[in-house]
Design a protein around this ligand. Structure first.
Ligand code: S3P
Length: 453
């Protein structure tokens, strides 16, 4: 698990053109949900293309701990023999979710309406993140929770003996909170209603429908009213996981900033609740095309082609787009550093409670490599230095955050001087093949000794 071993510093040097195909891993959000929903059916679900990163493997272990049989059949194929809605047994030991907020929050939801007790923990990053946002609605169902001060892990949850359905308006735009409520609602009687004022990723709703749940989604003033009938009986499914647009963002962004590059990323999930980053890149003038657009397993999919784009312009990213690209702001800030003019990102306070405080982590690192960044509680601005103007020549901290580590390694490939990331190990949480895949495209990455970092 990230954060438990010795740090693995990595250096990124200015590279020649990146070319070829980048087969990024399966979607992280859909992978977590496949395992959890598979565990909540009676019978066998099969999953193709599961992300075998540490975050998802922690969720697989959690599902086993609650009584499901989860089998790695090899080559990305997995099978889950579930125990049914309300069928979770009490885990014998603490549930360690590693670095994963999604794993922790969704699994808490899935067990909160079954009368069992489980204790959740995670790595130092996850133990610093707020869980009260998910605990509050779960308590409304009748669950009880005792955690560290500030609603932090470790936390023990006892699921409701006689759950009541909830009608909950979400105070934050969070697909994790929405999903936790819907998963809890599966084992409550009557109708559970979740109101989100801003649309967030809708994989849970799509997948619940696929698994046979009675779920109704109504669009309302920028957001949704989601109604789920409880005491559901889910039917096992065969799931094909599309490749992750948030992981694809790294080879795509790197192709835009490294001279002469031309990279194809096939089979990427293009769910409209996830594609804000690509709309933003287009507005900045990126040379991007979406080929072979199609639908697979209820999700839109396309092949993305990205070419070196020397004329990128800084833009103001519309705040309403934040939820659809929340994980892509770190790498967007890197692209912004290679643009002309200022990129302004507002309405992004949620970045402060991700795997790290991503505004602070990126702003600190960007300043170290020669950039200029201004920031406030829920906004930041990055001054572009042009396609050949990023100095580099610094060591930056990943702060146990996979996306911060990958962002600065990407930045180093176009910078004048090499960039060292103090610890590349967290990358294994979401994109274990990142360095290999990028090196195959032509990236110059090299592990170095801790004392040289
Ligand atoms: C996720 C939702 C997002 C995202 C995370 C995955 C999910 O978090 O940042 O990486 O799978 O539901 P929030 O919904 O809390 O913003």
């Amino acid at each position: 698990m990230s954060g438990t071993g010795a740090p693995e510093p990595m250096i990124a040097r200015r590279s020649g053109a990146l070319t070829g195909e980048a087969h990024v891993p399966g979607d992280k959000s859909i992978s977590h949900r496949s395992l959890i929903l598979g565990a909540m059916c009676v019978g066998e679900s099969r999953i193709e293309g599961l992300l075998e990163g540490e975050d998802v493997l922690a969720t697989a272990a959690a599902m086993r701990a609650f009584g499901a049989e989860v089998v790695d059949a090899g080559e990305g194929g997995w099978s889950v023999h579930g125990v049914g809605v309300g069928g979770f047994g009490e885990p014998a030991d603490v549930i360690d979710c590693g670095n994963s907020g999604t794993g922790a929050r969704l699994v808490m939801g899935a067990m909160a309406t079954t009368p069992i007790t489980a204790t959740f923990t995670g790595d130092a990053s996850l133990r610093s993140r707020p869980m009260d946002r998910v605990i509050e609605p779960l308590v409304d169902f009748g669950a009880r929770a005792v955690g560290q001060s500030g609603g932090r892990l470790p936390m023990t949850i006892t699921g409701a003996m006689d759950p009541v359905p909830v009608n909950y308006t979400m105070p934050v735009a969070s697909a994790q909170v929405k999903s936790a409520i819907l998963l809890a609602g599966l084992n409550a009687p009557g109708e559970t209603v979740v109101i989100e004022r801003e649309a967030t990723r809708d994989h849970t709703e799509r997948m619940l429908r696929g698994f046979g749940a009675d779920i109704d989604v109504n669009a309302e003033a920028g957001g949704h009213v989601i109604t789920l009938k409880g005491h559901a009986e889910l039917r096992p499914q065969v799931i094909s996981v599309p490749r992750d647009p948030s992981s694809a963002a790294f080879p795509v962004a790197t192709a835009l900033i490294v001279e002469g590059s031309d990279v194809l990323v096939p089979n990427v999930g293009m769910n409209p609740t996830r594609t804000g980053f690509y709309s933003t890149l287009r507005e900045m003038g990126a040379d991007l095309s979406f080929e072979n657009e199609r639908e697979e397993g209820g999700e839109p999919v396309a092949d993305i082609r990205a070419r070196f784009s020397p004329d990128l312009k800084g833009i103001e990213v519309p705040p309403a787009r934040a939820a659809s690209m929340i994980d892509e702001y770190p790498i967007l800030s890197v692209v912004s550093a290679y643009a002309e003019g200022r990129t302004i990102m507002r309405g992004v306070g949620e970045l402060r409670v991700k795997e790290s405080d991503r505004i602070d982590a990126m702003a600190t690192g960007l300043r170290a490599v020669g950039g200029t960044v201004s920031e406030g509680e829920d906004w930041w601005e990055v001054e572009g230095m042009g396609p050949a103007g990023v100095p580099g020549g610094a060591r930056v901290e990943a702060r146990l955050d996979h996306r911060v580590a990958m962002s600065f390694l990407s930045l180093g490939l176009g910078a004048k001087e090499a960039v060292t990331v103090d610890d590349a190990m967290p990358i294994a949480t979401s994109f274990p093949t990142f360095t290999t895949l990028m090196k195959e495209l032509g990236a110059s990455f090299e592990p170095i000794q801790a004392e040289q970092a």
